[in-house]
Ligand binder design. Structure first.
Ligand code: ADP
Ligand code: MG
Length: 692
């Protein structure tokens, strides 16, 4: 057995391997590309490729693949073997050209109309800032995916662009505070991943879970999460051996899995990694999701990443911990003991960015799956707001009033460049209900869905913060009285944007009314929120910082609407099949049995029970049949709805509503039909099977 340090990163072509194996010049050139984004010469790429291939082949690899994240939200791979003919034999070959550029067939990936207007073909380009790694005998090369016209067809390209934008603007700010040496500011991310584990056997018996990732029918079990006896309890052995395996596989890939524990709902768990640079953290989160699924399978389990696999118990999210760090490793959102002016400026910029672009941020977490979660008293509401905690709130209040701040410890502080309150970090008590919470030295964006890529939320966060930092830099760079002008800027910003700060309970009904009075948006579903992606304000900020061009934004909007419609469509078809092909026959068979019994016993014995049951069931089947017809009819009607937004709206407010109505009746039937006749494992079977 290898020790963890020996194991860690053993499947990664990382810095240690590069340093040990690459010729010095090549290593230096590659490092320059990695740290400064300089162009990589083909000569250098050839050497890197050949060394990479030798390393991979030694470890048993036979293939290589460009590994990328198209707009489907999952990762894509196309495997080529290293073999190259050499007379009657083959040799293993891999060129620099193959390393830096690939040409998958772009036509099978969503492009939201980009391909029609531009080029049908697409190419993948190596992102050398994310290390190559080995997976299933293949050398995987993390890449960006673009059309030949250069339009992004993936989630990574805009993320990388947004990181550049943020770095440029953050450096301008650092210069204002006298920092002349920092060359790059990166954003960092640590995504806490929630998931469910159920037995594979019961999973395979549920077409809804297999096709859609969530249960479309199912009545509540007698026990749910009300006893709250699952959270943090000791992990059951089956689950714990899964987690152990997962950790090992993640560590081999250099993914810093750190904590694991049970979550609130039965069968729900969480894994949190140590934070990394955002693009690497994003790649790693994709791998985490993929490995969770495949490793679960090996343990006789199924891993559910859907935002809401079960009605009535908590759904799953992803807490996107986000911060800014210099290339020297300094965390710009760490207030330390004494929040500096520089910290206050970054904080003010984030507050303003989230307020001004709250709707755009909301778009990045919109999906059919997440609609079940946001605002459902378990996850943050659909209203975006910021939690800063008591201590920071006091400081912000003082800045706003221009008063002298007396810290909690009564340390006197002077407003201005010498802002030095004692800042006891522990007073930022945890508010679990906030969608965007300051948690000591980072912000935690909690609205992200468990199954979604974290690329988009981070792309937008980076971009909107870059925008406000650029506004601040524009104001302060020409200043001749930096101290006073900075103070005025902070005061103005806080006064104008404090409405976005809410330290109270986000689940409370009152908050909805108060947020409305404050003028905050409450975009309840995907349908309400998606149009915010294509407003003039959103387009302006994304194009100004060269994160997405206007046509790229429109293409993404189309893809998101299309994804929404397809998701609901598949759910509806699955539900129709389940109800018509299995639920109805089961209920009818049970009804027949009851009717026969009434016939036989009638007149002689008391058949009240059988009679009542049969009456109830036949009323329910009659009602379910009407609702099923309505659902099917709405699916047909969907075909004649024109326009992507209108169609998505139809799916949400007609098809989806019809599904909900049908579900109510079917779930009631489940409570009346004998358990051995019901065609599917019950909620109780699903949620408690792994525990025992
Ligand atoms: P919790 O909120 O669960 O008590 P931690 O402070 O340990 O937890 O962190 C939760 C997550 O936040 C972890 O994934 C961690 O890596 C991440 N995190 C911590 N610091 C940063 C940072 N500077 N930038 C981004 N993520 C961070
Ligand atoms: Mg957390």
């Amino acid at each position: 057995m290898k020790s963890v340090p020996e194991l860690y990163g053993s499947l990664v072509f990382n810095d240690t391997v590069m340093q040990a194996r690459l010729p010095k010049d090549t290593y230096r050139a590659l490092k320059k590309t990695i740290s400064q984004g300089t162009h990589l010469d083909l000569d250098v790429a050839n050497v890197v490729a050949s060394v990479m291939k030798d390393w991979a082949v030694e470890k048993g690899a036979t293939h290589f693949t460009h590994w990328f994240q198209p707009m489907t939200g999952i990762t894509a791979e196309k495997h080529d073997s290293f073999i190259s003919p050499d007379g009657s034999k083959v040799i293993m070959e891999f060129s620099g050209k193959e390393l830096v550029r690939g040409e998958p067939d772009a036509s099978s990936f969503p492009s939201g109309g980009l391909r029609a207007t531009f080029e049908a073909r697409g190419y993948t380009a190596w992102d050398p800032t994310s290390y190559a790694f080995l997976k299933d005998d293949s050398l995987c090369i993390p890449t960006a995916f673009c059309s030949y016209g250069g339009q992004a067809l993936d989630k990574k390209t805009p993320l990388l662009r947004s990181m550049d934008a943020l770095s440029i603007q953050a450096l301008r700010i650092l210069r204002l505070f006298g920092d002349k040496t920092t060359k790059r500011v990166n954003t960092t991310v640590g995504p806490e991943q929630e998931y469910f584990l159920i037995s594979k056997e019961s999973f395979l018996k549920r077409p809804d879970l297999v096709y859609t990732g969530r249960t479309l029918i199912g009545s509540r079990p007698p026990k749910g999460q009300e006893l709250e006896d699952h959270y943090f309890v000791s992990i059951k052995s089956k689950v714990s051996s899964f987690m152990k395996d997962l950790d090992t596989e993640l560590w081999k890939l250099g993914i810093p899995a750190k904590t694991k524990h049970n979550e609130v709902a039965p069968a729900q768990h969480e894994m949190a990694p140590i934070f990394e640079t955002t693009n690497v953290g994003t790649d790693h989160n994709q791998l985490v999701m993929e490995l969770m699924k495949s490793i679960a399978g090996k343990h006789g389990l199924a891993c559910l990443l859907h935002e809401k696999p079960f009605a009535g118990v908590n759904g799953s999210g992803k807490h996107n911990n986000w911060s800014l760090a210099t290339d020297k490793g300094a965390n710009l959102l760490d207030p330390g003991d004494n929040p500096s002016d520089q910290f206050m400026l970054f904080l003010a910029a984030i507050i303003k960015a989230v307020d001004v672009y709250q709707d755009l941020l909301r778009v990045t977490v919109a999906s059919a799956g997440n609609d079940h979660r946001l605002g459902a008293n378990e996850a943050p509401p659909a209203i975006v707001s910021i939690f800063v905690g008591e201590e920071l709130q006091d400081i912000l209040d003082a800045v706003e009033k221009g008063e002298i701040y007396h810290g909690k410890e009564k340390t006197q502080m002077e407003i201005g460049p010498k802002v030095l309150p004692h800042f006891p970090k522990d007073t930022t008590d945890r508010n679990r209900t906030s969608p965007f919470a300051f948690t000591g030295n980072k912000f935690e964006f909690r609205m992200v869905g468990s199954s979604s890529s974290i690329a988009e939320p981070n792309t937008i966060l980076n971009t909107i913060v870059a925008e406000i930092l650029s506004e601040f830099a524009d104001k302060l760079e020409p200043s001749t009285n930096f101290h006073d002008d900075l103070f005025v800027l902070l005061k103005e910003t806080i006064t104008a944007h404090k409405r976005i700060i809410f330290n109270g309970n986000n689940y409370a009904e009152d908050w909805v009314t108060e947020a409305e009075a404050r003028g905050l948006s409450n975009l309840k579903t995907t349908i309400e929120s998606l149009p915010s992606l294509v407003t003039p304000e959103s387009i302006a900020v994304l194009t100004k910082h060269k994160v997405l061009a206007e046509e790229e934004i429109h293409s993404r909007y189309e893809i998101m609407l299309e994804n929404y419609c397809k998701t609901v469509h598949i759910e509806a078809l699955t539900m129709v099949d389940m109800v018509r092909q299995e639920v109805f026959p089961a209920v009818i068979a049970y009804e027949r049995e009851l009717a026969n019994l009434i016939d036989k016993k009638g007149g002689k014995y008391n058949v009240k029970l059988e009679d009542t049951l049969l009456t109830k069931l036949s009323d329910l089947t009659a009602s379910a049949s009407l609702k099923l017809d309505a659902l099917e009819a709405s699916l047909l009607n969907a075909k004649s709805v024109e326009g992507a937004l209108a169609l998505a709206t139809f799916y949400r407010y007609t098809v989806f509503n019809n599904m909900s109505e049908l579900r109510l009746v079917v779930d009631e039937m489940e409570t009346l039909v004998s358990k051995d006749r019901w065609p599917y494992p019950s909620y109780g079977d699903l949620l408690f099977s792994v525990l025992h």
